[in-house]
Design a protein around this ligand. Structure first.
Ligand code: ZN
Ligand code: ZN
Length: 348
């Protein structure tokens, strides 16, 4: 997974902006820490690859090592402490209802920040939202510790552009572990102008992305303030483990196991387990067939909590221009067009 970064001779030197440097595939750190300092050389950009991915220049090794350490802390160490800590509190029989409540509310709250805020609103523009609601969703998404919103969007747009082909940041074609965790340690760069250019003038998304670390910290401080160290373990670290790994499962599991009712140019699948746990995101073949649809669950039994909440927000006029695929469009994409009537409800 480090092949691109390990072969600098393959890369052509190219000026690249500070902003592009700071927006790695998944930047879990304060961006400025890893951006080049004044007078430092530009990074290299690969003009021949599947996507405009760039890597750090020679001399940036320290930053890459720091990136690996920081990512390992936030992807493995802290979530792992959450799992171990929660296991110990179960063994010692000191789990209180408040701990479970912190876990569940934190899971659903920050999870919806990712599914509704980062993914359906910001990435795919499936609907328009009041700026205050948008800000709340992006703050909640930031607390899930999956990187600043704009970097997440750029990375995910690249996934849609190259799904399961060279250039896809996290296809299981390169192995399940790569798709789930490994790609997080590929510190190639994403061309933000190309993949998240639609956010160039989005002041809400830009400000919340710049202040990402603040929201991550608040995501730990709030459960700690409510219930001390046990609160931090359940509502902070274990919650982070759960949300991160369910999101990662969309990338790994949902491109390997499940059903494919729709013709798409990738290996996306509908997986009902990830559909439920992922608050609707596991209906991933549906999503690849209709990326701008605000609803991923398209039949009545395809549980899509995020979609249901978008319906409620639409009824409350807090979101509008909600996108839905029409039945004829659905019929054309189905392997079995006769099944189209079962999808009719999404157009309502
Ligand atoms: Zn996908
Ligand atoms: Zn998507």
């Amino acid at each position: 997974m480090h092949g691109r970064a390990a072969s600098p001779e393959r890369w052509h030197t190219w000026p690249i902006t500070r902003r592009e440097v700071s927006a790695r595939a998944l930047n879990l750190c304060p961006c400025a820490v890893f951006a080049p300092g004044p007078g430092e050389p530009p990074v290299a950009l690969n003009p021949n690859g599947a996507g405009p991915v760039a890597t750090h220049a020679t001399g940036a090794r320290t930053r890459i090592i720091l990136s690996i350490i920081v990512s390992a802390i936030f992807v493995f160490l802290l979530p792992g402490l959450g799992v171990v800590g929660a296991g110990l509190s179960v063994a010692r029989q000191i789990v209180a209802p408040v701990h479970v409540a912190l876990l569940l509310t934190g899971f659903v709250g920050t999870g919806l920040g990712i599914t509704i805020g980062y993914h359906r609103l910001l990435t795919h523009r499936s609907f328009d939202a009041h700026p205050i609601l948008k800000g709340i969703l992006l703050v909640l998404g930031s607390m899930a510790v999956e990187g600043p919103a704009i970097a997440w969007v750029a990375n995910h747009m690249k996934h849609h552009a190259f799904s399961d082909r060279p250039g896809d940041p996290h296809s299981p074609n390169e192995g399940f572990i790569h798709a789930h965790w490994g790609w997080l340690f590929d510190f190639s760069l994403i061309d933000v102008d190309r993949y998240a250019g639609h956010l160039a003038r989005d002041t809400v998304a830009r400000w919340i992305s710049r202040t990402f670390v603040l929201w991550v910290a608040i995501g730990y401080i709030v459960p700690f303030a409510i219930s001390g160290w046990e609160g931090l373990i359940w509502g902070g670290l274990l919650r982070q483990f759960a949300v991160q790994n369910v999101t990662f499962a969309v990338n790994s599991v949902c491109h390997r196991w499940g059903t494919r009712p729709f013709k798409t140019r990738d290996r996306s699948r509908n997986n009902w387990v990830v559909g439920i746990l992922g608050l609707g995101e596991g209906w991933h073949n549906n999503h690849h067939a209709f990326p701008t649809s605000a609803f991923h669950g398209l039949r009545w039994w395809e549980v899509d909590l995020s979609g249901h909440i978008i319906r409620i927000l639409e009824a409350a006029r807090l979101v509008w221009n909600v996108k839905r695929p029409d039945v004829e469009h659905i019929r054309r994409r189905l392997f079995e067009p006769a099944a189209a009537p079962a999808y009719a409800r999404v157009t309502e």
